[in-house]
Design a protein around this ligand. Structure first.
Ligand code: THU
Length: 143
C-alpha cells in the first residue's frame, strides 16, 4: 500500500513536497551498523507516494538501500515498471545524495530514462536529474 492519499496530480508535485516525504521515510530506516539513514519517496501515476528506507543487516551484504526498498515495494503493490512519475532521495550528506551503483541499475530497469530523480540532503539542498544521466550505458538484456 502507498503511504499517502493522492497528493496532487502527479505532474504537478513540487520537489520540496516529495523531499519532505523522503525525509519522513528516512525516519523509518533500520541502520544500526552505519547509522546513516536514507529515505526515498516514489510518486506513482495515481499521485500516491511509496516510502523506502535503508534496511541493514549484520551480514552487511543483504542490506537494501532506500531507493530499492521504495521501488520493490511499489512494484509488489501492483505498479507497473516505468509508470512512476518522480523519486526523491534524501540523506544526511553535505550536498545532494549520490545513489549507489546497484540502485542506479535498478532505477534504470524500473523507471523511465527521463523520470525526474530528485537528489537531496536533509538541509534541503537538491538537484534534479534522471537515470539516463545517472547511469549512461546501463546494462539491459535487450538492446
Ligand atoms: N544507502 C542508501 O540507502 N541509499 C544510497 O543512495 C546510498 C547508501 C544506504 C546503504 C547503507 O544502509 C547506508 O546507506 C550506508 O551505506
Amino acid at each position: 500500500m502507498p503511504d499517502s492519499n493522492p497528493v496532487a496530480p502527479a505532474e504537478t508535485i513540487q520537489p520540496e513536497v516529495l523531499i519532505s516525504h523522503a525525509i519522513e521515510a528516512a525516519r523509518r530506516a533500520y541502520a544500526p551498523y552505519s547509522n546513516f539513514r536514507v529515505g526515498a519517496a516514489l510518486l506513482d501515476d495515481q499521485g500516491h507516494i511509496h516510502y523506502g528506507c535503508n534496511v541493514e543487516n549484520a551480514a552487511y551484504g543483504p542490506t537494501n538501500c532506500a531507493e530499492r526498498t521504495a521501488l520493490f515495494r511499489a512494484i509488489a503493490d501492483g505498479n507497473a515498471p516505468k509508470s512512476f512519475k518522480a523519486m526523491a532521495v534524501v540523506g544526511d550528506t553535505p550536498g545532494p545524495i549520490s545513489p549507489c551503483g546497484i540502485c542506479r541499475q535498478v532505477i534504470s530497469e524500473l523507471c523511465a530514462p527521463d523520470m525526474p530523480v530528485i537528489l537531496a540532503n536533509t538541509a534541503g539542498t537538491y538537484a534534479v536529474t534522471n537515470i539516463a544521466e545517472l547511469l549512461p550505458g546501463a546494462f539491459q538484456l535487450e538492446p
